[in-house]
Ligand binder design. Structure first.
Ligand code: B12
Length: 317
């Protein structure tokens, strides 16, 4: 059993939200300790992750609560074992992703999604590698990222939240994707002139795949980039931007929980280095004020960033 603090750490959901979802929507009913403290079970955590994932994907809280209970399908969350599955427990890909309207581009399931899900469930690294290598061979990089990679990652997240794949299965996929994006980044010729663009995540934020994919696109467009990765403390952002005389700093805000830290970075850099273009991407970029919003599309975001730089670079095909 987990205390409310530990449940918040494990699910990424804030304490007031945890209490509100229990009180208003009844998605969990944690038992109480002798001292009347809430105690969450593994099943409660699973219900909370499903709810969080749906809300993150744009569902209203009440819709998300109804869907969470539907997915748990009468199974008492408290009875589910850690890593146990919900419903039939088959790995058949998500029925829908990204909210009530569905999240796939044009409603079409990405090619090979089923294989990714099965490979993740079986922890089959070779099979996963074959599917990823096939997808990464697409010469149209923005299409591969927006039309294939991001929908696949969202599906992996939903399957993990539903208990259809384990944390190990999710890590297998996200690390394999990370290695391929990092290899592409390193293989892209580096620009030697033009303003430097520093890219990274706010402190506490570890979801870097969207930003790394964007960094590859920025480098391919001829921008001079320095990718600093996940969980960068605010003082380090200020130091890096000032020391390297950066022209722009790009942060991703993948979760609502990352918005406060991202705002602190934007404010601190703007105060210390007012001439630097501050830009944000990721699902919750709209929660950050005083920065250029790069949107959700990689190619459009790269273009918008290029246009905002003091001196733009021409795109390489
Ligand atoms: C892989 C993954 C991880 C990996 C990340 C590895 C890595 N190196 O990045 C690891 C294991 C570290 C991880 C950890 C956690 N994760 Co996680 N993770 C994911 C997963 C499956 C994919 C994340 C991803 O890459 N998304 C990228 C794309 C797919 O999504 P996006 O950020 O919304 O971005 C969109 C656009 O904005 C654009 N974009 C993205 N970045 C940028 C940048 C720019 C500049 C531009 C222009 C565009 C752009 O592309 C996307 C397409 O629209 C998601 C599922 C999901 N729904 O995203 C869960 C998910 C984000 N994780 C979740 C959780 C709960 C966690 C943990 C709290 C779990 C835990 N107990 O430890 C921790 C928190 C870590 C932290 N402090 O940040 C939840 C978040 C729920 C919530 N509402 O907050 C999710 C949604 C899973 C779920 N369905 O419940 N995770």
């Amino acid at each position: 059993m987990y205390t409310i603090k530990r449940a918040a750490e494990l699910t990424g959901i804030g304490l007031p939200t945890l209490r509100a979802w229990e009180r208003r929507y009844g998605v969990v009913s944690p038992v109480r300790s002798e001292g009347r403290y809430r105690l969450y079970s593994d099943g409660d955590l699973r219900a909370l992750r499903i709810m969080a994932s749906l809300v993150d994907d744009g569902w209203t809280a009440s819709e998300a609560a109804a869907e969470t209970l539907r997915r748990l399908d009468g199974v008492d969350p408290a009875m589910l074992p850690p890593g146990g599955t919900v419903g039939e427990g088959t790995v058949d890909g998500p029925a829908r992703v990204g909210g009530p309207a569905g999240g796939f581009v044009d409603g079409v399931e990405p090619d090979g999604l089923q294989e990714v899900m099965e490979a993740a469930a079986d922890l089959d690294a070779s099979r996963l590698g074959v599917v990823l290598d096939r997808a990464f061979a697409d010469e149209n990089y923005p299409r591969m990222v927006g039309g294939w990679l991001m929908p696949v990652l969202l599906s992996v997240g939903s399957a993990w939240a539903d208990g259809r794949i384990t944390t190990a299965g999710e890590h297998l996929v996200s690390h394999a994707v990370h290695r391929r994006l990092a290899a592409l980044y390193d293989a892209t010729p580096k620009a030697t002139a033009g303003p430097l663009v520093v890219l990274g995540l706010p402190p506490g934020s570890r979801h870097e795949l969207g930003l790394l994919a964007f960094s590859v696109g920025a480098r391919r467009a001829g921008m001079r980039t320095a990718y600093l990765g996940a969980d960068l403390p605010t003082a380090e952002w200020v130091g890096a931007v000032s020391r390297r005389h950066a022209g722009a700093a790009v942060l991703s805000v993948p979760r609502l929980a990352d918005a406060v830290a991202a705002q602190a970075v934007v404010d601190a850099v703007r105060q210390q280095a007012p001439g630097v273009v501050m830009a944000v991407g990721g699902g919750h970029q709209g929660q950050v004020a005083g920065a250029l919003l790069l949107g959700h599309d990689l190619a459009a975001g790269v273009k918008a960033l290029g246009a905002s730089l003091p001196r733009t670079r021409s795109a390489r095909a």
